[in-house]
Write a protein that binds this ligand. Sequence first.
Ligand code: SF4
Length: 151
Amino acid sequence: MMKYTTAMVTFEEIPTEVSLSISISNCQGRCAGCHSPELREDIGTELTDDKLDFLIETNRGVSCVLFLGEGKSIDSLKKAARRVRETHNLRVALYSGRDEMEDDLKMCFDYVKLGRYDARFGPINKVMTNQRLFFQDPEKGWRDITNLFWK
Ligand code: SF4
């Protein structure tokens, strides 16, 4: 089961997309200087298939659904990502707080942000950041597109 706290349309988190950004709780990360400690808690509403469909259908015009966090159930996350692609024909993105990710999970997404939050290096829109955003180009494979945040 996956729970979420908020869902809103954003323009900057994935610079090339208009995203429906869904904040997922039960984060298993423990980044020093975590900017959203409430997302480590078991809070929010269950993100059922019906709820995911509703959120997408009431935010028509988005090109991508972004999961802000992995939660604690990787199977639920994969299932939700598949639903975004297959039922709604949208691109799908994940902000992970981990430094590395299993290939089979990564392949469920068009965009993946990797790297724990480290206050010494700042968030992804800072040139010194340790975080990276990757795009799965259908022809060329994974490409690091972090520099789009710095323009
Ligand atoms: S990934 Fe890190 S910064 Fe983000 S909510 Fe989890 S612990 Fe906090």
